[in-house]
Write a protein that binds this ligand. Structure first.
Ligand SMILES: [Zn+2]
Length: 407
């Protein structure tokens, strides 16, 4: 008789000294077939595995385990894998929303961003996600209509909305800050940083929602979802000029009016990334084309140009813009932005002066702008610009700007 032992190693040995040991080849055969022996046949191994899992889940904790998995991903440079995934899946505007698309791209040490797939379209709205020892800091969480995509992106990287510690708002427009109240409701300790001019409208959004409703009408819900007020205790007021130390990261705050009178930018000291919201325009395709989003009510071209100067002075390595993503060619991007800001402002003025009828003025502006945009980007990309900042809204903002100046 031979006895089989499977712990600690699979082996076959003679039961008594009067039997010959098995030839080596038989032992090797058993080793090769070891996968066919179910693990539960081996009591010792089964008990060891069970106690290991119990230890991992109840002593180490599920959340800590998820965090360890994330560190391993970072350690083994998994972000490159996600970049490839996003490049393959995220560029296709016709692809339906799916889990594989809800991944984040890494743009710096501990800095990632999520594509919120606004209205199912990629590359329209981005949220920056900063990781630190205390959890996550988000720059512009986007509209509430994209909250599920944001959550899914975080979960796919081992986080959740409960891990968010701070929300840094560049400004309070619904496509940037609409989900703020919903996140605070789920996670009541979140600190919300916002410019002092915008803060009152986060606490009492009645005026903000009334003016947005005038612009978007019945489309409000479909576009932006529910806008919840933010309790005053969560608000941290900014003026510009502060140095924030959030989540072990130093961020300089700069006041950047022009697109909105309450717009700020955040300059990350360690990564060299400047989170500039809408100040450096929208750049959705690969082309060097940056279009200013100019919705009402407080477009100011002169202040906007001063804000661009301020960004230049700080010499960031990367511009992170909400519509859409990171751009490293900072100087040429800003040059292109100023060129298109002037062109767009001139087209608006010409449309105002050439027509009397308000509808005819807007139609002329939209027609000329479509031709102008398609001179610089493909027709498919041009439709994404229209999603991020509809030309009708851009017209209203610029017309208001010129009318205030007596045109
Ligand atoms: Zn905006």
């Amino acid at each position: 008789m031979y006895k089989f032992r499977t712990w600690p190693f699979l082996e076959c040995a003679p039961a008594s000294s009067d039997e010959k040991p098995l030839p080596d080849s038989f032992g090797k055969l058993l080793q090769a077939r070891s996968g066919q022996i179910p693990w539960w046949c081996n009591r010792h191994l089964g008990v060891t595995l069970c106690t290991s899992w119990v230890f991992l889940f109840f002593v180490v904790g599920v959340r800590a385990l998820r965090r360890q998995v994330l560190y391993c991903r970072v350690f083994f440079d998994r972000p490159r894998f996600y970049l490839r995934l996003t490049a393959a899946a995220g560029q296709d505007a016709t692809r339906p929303h799916s889990t594989i698309c809800a991944v984040m791209e890494t743009i710096g040490r501990g800095v990632q961003f999520a594509d919120l797939k606004f209205l199912g379209q990629p590359r329209v709205i981005a949220t920056a996600v900063l990781q630190g020892p205390n959890g996550l800091t988000l720059v512009d969480p986007g509209p509430a209509s994209c909250l599920d995509t944001l959550r899914e992106s975080l979960v796919n990287h081992g986080f959740d909305l409960v891990d968010v510690r701070e929300l840094l708002l560049t400004h309070i427009h619904l496509d940037h800050a609409g989900a703020t109240g919903s996140i605070v409701k789920e996670n009541p300790d979140v600190e919300v940083y916002v410019h002092e001019y915008g803060a009152p409208h986060m606490v009492d959004p009645a005026k903000l929602l009334a003016s947005a409703s005038r612009l978007y009408g019945e489309d409000m819900d479909r576009l932006w979802g529910e806008f919840l007020r933010v309790p005053e205790k969560n608000i941290r007021l900014l003026k510009g000029g502060e140095r924030l130390n959030v989540n072990d990261r130093e961020l300089d705050v700069a006041y950047l009016p022009g697109h909105a009178s309450h717009h700020v930018g955040y300059f990350d000291q360690s990564s060299g990334i400047a989170f500039v919201g809408d100040t450096a325009g929208m750049r959705i395709g690969d082309e060097l084309f940056s279009m200013p989003p100019t919705p009402p009510p407080d477009i100011d071209i002169d202040k906007w140009k001063q804000s661009i100067d301020l960004i230049r002075q700080r010499q960031p390595a990367t511009l992170f813009i909400t519509h859409f993503g990171p751009h490293d060619d900072v100087e040429s991007h800003l040059d292109a932005f100023l060129e298109h800001l002037d062109a767009m402002t001139a087209i608006a003025r010409h449309s105002l002066e050439a027509h009397e009828d308000p509808d005819a003025r807007m139609d002329a502006f939209i027609r000329k702008m479509r031709v102008y945009i398609q001179r610089h980007v493909s027709p498919t990309t041009a439709t994404l610009y229209d999603s991020a900042a509809p030309l009708s809204m851009c017209w209203l903002g610029l017309a208001r700007y010129w009318k205030k100046r007596g045109v």
